[in-house]
Design a protein around this ligand. Structure first.
Ligand SMILES: NC(=O)c1ccc[n+]([C@@H]2O[C@H](COP(=O)([O-])OP(=O)(O)OC[C@H]3O[C@@H](n4cnc5c(N)ncnc54)[C@H](OP(=O)(O)O)[C@@H]3O)[C@@H](O)[C@H]2O)c1
Length: 363
């Protein structure tokens, strides 16, 4: 039986514009510093900023979007207890609204160790949404790889994280003989993940330096860094980038600086059978993969927690089968966009450079 769900979000680095979108244009006039100070010092409660329903019962609100009043930097740098108390208050609100499963969107997952901070809660289930994100990111990579020359070197930046580890393992299951460059800051975790996937026949190298990404043909961004980590000097000519991160690890200035590079927005799912009142900063009828995971679990009547910490590949596969079961609502990989704009053939022809020998892109 279907249950109710809630999904936690937070303002992005575009704080003023996000708050203006949520509460009306005058709020976009308040400077970022004032918003940040208010979030840090005042007891601003979690806010319901969206309501969701399914197309087959449009009047029945089954999902709530709840905004945690913290900036990306605050989520990762304020004292853990303070941050997790704010996220926990949002989970309380979700439970009071009748949700049985709560998805931890964007940096609310890294800020709570992938949801481990809430593992002891028994009043409501929690999922970090990263199993379905990993599964759909692999589909996105495969769609891009089908247009690239054979045997590309793929850099997974943030490979040891919750999405990253699950994705690395899913890739290794299907692509023995593939070439991965695993990138993060902690060398020990990288070495251990690389050893594991070498055992599955993947040719894996590791690096703690972004400069090494310049060797890769396809770069998948999966870090919890709050700013634009990937710069022009990290990109080889004709590289293709799939950016899953929220807030993004790529800056739109890269488009002008590097017209030879294709930057694709990752982790976006089409949900034509789902209605949203409010905004999550995406085109209509689109959802983040982690929100889609939360919806799938609610549609399945799931009880208890699901993806906590690093999800198992079996959990990702279970969600793929739920997506097939509930395909009347969508749940398929969205046509590719770059910084929100649908990738049209002429733009991508320019971006998909001859160096890569790619067939012309058709979105
Ligand atoms: N589009 C979607 O639907 C969707 C869904 C889920 C998550 N996400 C996004 O995916 C990202 C990752 O989430 P997560 O839960 O997997 O985070 P996580 O578990 O905290 O993992 C973060 C990874 O990034 C690495 N990292 C952090 N800062 C780095 C830096 N400055 N340079 C290089 N590596 C760095 C970490 O390893 P080290 O600490 O060793 O560096 C780790 O491997 C977030 O931006 C999140 O919002 C998007």
């Amino acid at each position: 039986m279907r249950t109710k769900f809630a999904f936690l979000v937070h303002p992005r680095n575009t704080l003023r514009s996000d708050m203006g979108q949520l509460f009306g244009a005058p709020f976009a006039l308040i400077p970022d510093a004032t918003w940040s100070a208010a979030f840090a010092r005042l007891p601003v409660p979690p806010m319901i900023t969206g309501r969701m329903s399914y197309a087959d019962a449009p009047d029945e609100m089954v999902g709530s979007i709840i905004t945690v009043p913290l900036t990306p930097t605050q989520l990762l740098t304020l004292p853990r207890t303070k941050v997790q108390a704010k996220i926990s208050a949002a989970i309380d609100k979700a439970r009071d609204l009748g949700a049985t499963i709560v998805g931890l969107g964007a940096l609310t997952a890294p800020a709570s160790a992938g949801g481990k901070a809430f593992q002891k809660r028994t009043d409501v289930g929690v999922t970090n949404g990263n199993a379905f994100t990993a599964a759909m990111t692999l589909l996105g990579m495969e769609r891009l790889m089908s247009r690239m020359r054979p045997d590309p070197l793929i850099a997974l930046v943030g490979a040891t994280g919750s999405v990253g580890s699950c994705l690395t393992r899913l890739y290794a299951r299907k692509h023995a003989g593939g070439r991965l460059l695993l990138v993060a800051r902690n060398r020990g975790r990288l070495d251990s993940l690389a050893d594991e996937v070498r055992g599955k026949g993947v040719e894996a190298s590791v690096s703690t330096e972004m400069a090494d990404v310049a060797r890769a043909d396809l770069i998948v961004l999966l870090t919890s860094a709050t700013d634009a980590l990937l710069r022009s000097e990290h990109l080889k000519r004709g590289a293709v980038v799939l950016d899953d991160t929220v807030p993004r690890n790529t800056d739109s200035r890269l488009i002008a600086d590097r017209p030879d590079v294709l930057i694709v927005d990752g982790g976006l799912i089409e949900t034509p059978g789902v209605n949203l009142r409010g905004t999550i900063g995406l085109p209509p009828k689109h959802a983040y993969a982690c929100l889609a995971e939360t919806m799938l679990l609610a549609l399945d009547g799931h009880k208890g927690h699901f993806s906590i910490g690093t999800p198992q590949v079996e959990q990702a596969e279970h969600l793929l089968s739920l997506a097939t079961e509930h395909r009347q609502f969508g749940f398929n990989l969205a046509p590719f966009r770059s910084f929100g704009k649908l990738i049209s053939e002429p733009a991508s022809k320019a971006a998909v450079h001859a160096d890569q020998d790619l067939v012309p892109w058709v979105a």
